[in-house]
Design a protein around this ligand. Structure first.
Ligand code: PMT
Length: 401
C-alpha cells in the first residue's frame, strides 16, 4: 500500500529516535519515498548520516542548508507529502504542534502539510500523564491528527509506565492500514489520458501545447492509490509514475492517442480525458526538413483530429463513466457545459487560464465541476494532487451508482 507514497518522517529529540531508523527502512523497503526532517535535538540521539543513508535523501534540519545556502521549502514539502509521521514526538514538539509554534523546520512543515499526520509520542511517564500533554494531544486529535498511543513499559529513566514509543513495525502497520482503507476502487479499471499531443510538421518540428501531464498523472496516482487498475495514455511528458497498478501507454500524436484509447476503452469502468489534445494536425507532413531558403512564407494546411473523448463516449455502455476537462480562456462556463453535452460526459472539470495557479504546468489548479444532472461544484485553488482527490471522490460516487 505504501508503494510510491511520499512520506515525511519527523524525528524529535528523544531516546526512541534510534528506533525510527527501522521505520524509515521499512517504509523504503515497501516502496515509499521518504524525506526525513530532524529537529536539532534529534541529531544528538541519532546521526543524520544513518537516516540519509536509509532514506536515500539528505536529511533536513534547518530552514537553510548551511554549506549551500539552499532554502528548504516547508510549503513544498507539505504539498509533496502523502502522509507525515512524527516519531518520536516529544512533549515539547507536541506542544508546539498544538499551538502553532513554528520555530523549526519540522513544526513549520507540519503546519503546511495537507496530508494526514501521524504522531507517536515518547516521553517519561510523568510528562505523558501531565494534564498539559494530555490536553495538547487532545487538541491535536481534534485537528484530525492520528495519535499512535505510546506503550507501557520500562522507560529510559528506568521507571516503568506509559511513555514508550510504539514499535516501528507497528507504526509502519498503522500507515499501511491507513492507505489500505482507501481502496474503494479496488478491482475497477480506469483509463486516463494525460499530457499534450505533438502533431508533426516535418522531421524536426511539431505543433504542440504547454501541457506537462501533471494533472493527468495526479489523477492516475489517486485512482491507483484507491486500488484501481489504471491505463495511463500519455503524450510526450517528462514525468514518471512508478505504481504497480498503473500501465503506461506512451503516444505522440492525437491519432496515436485515439487509437490507444479506443483499444482499451471497452474494458474500462471509467475514463478521464485530461490530455490537451491538438484539435488539428498537419494535412501533408513534410518528409524532409522544410528549408527557410526555399519557403518565404510557408503555409501549413491543417485538418481536424478525431475528438477522442467524444468518440469513446459515443460507444459508452451502461454503467461506464466518462469525465472530461475543459480548458478555457473565455466564456468558460458556457463552453464547459457545451462540451459536457456534446461529448456525452458524466461530468466535466473546467479550468480557466484566467485563474492564477490554474491550467498548464503549475503544481496547483482551480477547478469547477459541472455534472450531467446540472450540479455545479466550485473548488478553491489547491495542489493538483488534492484536485485529483476531489475529482476521484466524485468519480467514485458515479462509479458506485
Ligand atoms: O498537463 P498539465 O500541465 O498539468 O495541465 C493540465 C491541463 C490544463 C492540460 C488539464 O487540466 C486540462 O484542462 N486538460 C484538457 C485540455 C483540453 O484540451 O481541453 P479542451 O477544452 O480543448 O478539450 C475538452 C475535452 O475534450 C478534454 O477532456 C480533452 O481531453 C478532450 N479532447 C479534446 C480534443 C480532442 N481532439 N480530443 C479530446 O479527447
Amino acid at each position: 500500500m505504501l508503494q510510491g507514497k511520499h512520506i515525511v518522517v519527523g524525528i524529535t529529540g528523544g531516546i526512541a529516535a534510534y528506533k525510527t531508523a527501522t521505520l524509515v527502512r521499512l517504509l523504503v523497503k515497501a516502496g515509499a519515498e521518504v524525506q526525513v526532517i530532524m529537529t536539532p535535538n534529534a541529531r544528538e540521539f541519532i546521526t543524520p548520516v544513518t537516516l540519509s543513508t536509509l532514506s536515500g535523501k539528505p536529511v533536513i534540519s534547518e530552514f537553510f542548508t548551511a554549506n549551500t545556502g539552499q532554502w528548504n521549502s516547508h510549503v513544498d514539502l507539505g504539498l509533496w507529502a502523502d502522509a507525515m509521521v512524527i516519531a518520536p514526538a516529544t512533549a515539547s514538539t507536541i506542544a508546539k504542534m498544538a499551538h502553532g509554534v513554528a520555530d523549526n523546520m519540522l513544526v513549520t512543515t507540519y503546519l503546511s502539510a495537507k496530508a494526514p499526520v501521524f504522531l507517536a509520542p515518547a516521553m517519561d511517564l510523568d510528562m505523558m500523564a501531565h494534564p498539559t500533554t494530555r490536553h495538547n494531544l487532545d487538541l491535536l486529535r481534534g485537528y484530525g491528527n492520528h495519535v499512535i498511543e505510546p506503550r507501557e513499559g520500562e522507560l529510559a529513566s528506568h521507571l516503568v509506565g506509559k511513555g514508550r514509543m510504539e514499535e516501528p513495525e507497528n507504526i509502519f502497520a498503522v500507515l499501511d492500514a491507513f492507505f489500505a482503507s482507501r481502496q474503494e476502487l479496488a478491482g475497477k479499471k480506469v483509463l486516463i489520458t494525460a499530457g499534450p499531443t505533438h502533431e508533426r510538421i516535418d522531421p524536426v518540428r511539431f505543433i504542440g501545447n504547454y501541457s506537462s501531464g501533471k494533472m493527468g498523472f495526479a489523477l492516475a496516482q489517486e485512482c491507483a492509490d484507491r486500488g484501481a487498475h489504471v491505463t495511463l495514455v500519455t503524450g510526450p511528458v517528462a514525468l514518471r509514475l512508478a505504481h504497480p497498478l498503473v500501465t503506461r501507454v506512451d503516444v505522440t500524436s492525437a491519432d496515436e492517442m485515439h487509437q490507444a484509447v479506443m483499444e482499451h476503452f471497452g474494458e474500462q469502468d471509467a475514463a478521464i480525458f485530461c490530455a490537451a489534445v491538438a484539435d488539428y494536425k498537419v494535412a501533408n507532413v513534410a518528409t524532409k526538413k522544410i528549408k527557410r531558403e526555399h519557403n518565404e512564407n510557408p503555409i501549413i494546411e491543417l485538418v481536424k483530429n478525431p475528438d477522442i473523448a467524444a468518440s469513446a463516449a459515443a460507444s459508452k455502455r451502461s454503467g461506464q463513466v466518462t469525465v472530461g476537462f475543459a480548458l478555457e480562456t473565455d466564456n468558460e462556463e458556457f463552453n464547459a457545459q457545451d462540451k459536457l453535452q456534446r461529448k456525452n460526459l458524466d461530468f466535466i472539470v473546467l479550468n480557466s487560464l484566467r485563474d492564477k495557479g490554474a491550467g498548464f504546468q503549475t503544481d496547483t489548479n482551480k477547478v469547477t465541476i459541472f455534472t450531467r444532472e446540472g450540479d455545479t461544484l466550485r473548488y478553491d485553488t489547491k495542489s493538483k494532487r488534492l484536485v485529483a482527490v476531489d475529482i476521484v471522490d466524485l468519480l467514485t460516487k458515479y462509479m458506485s451508482r
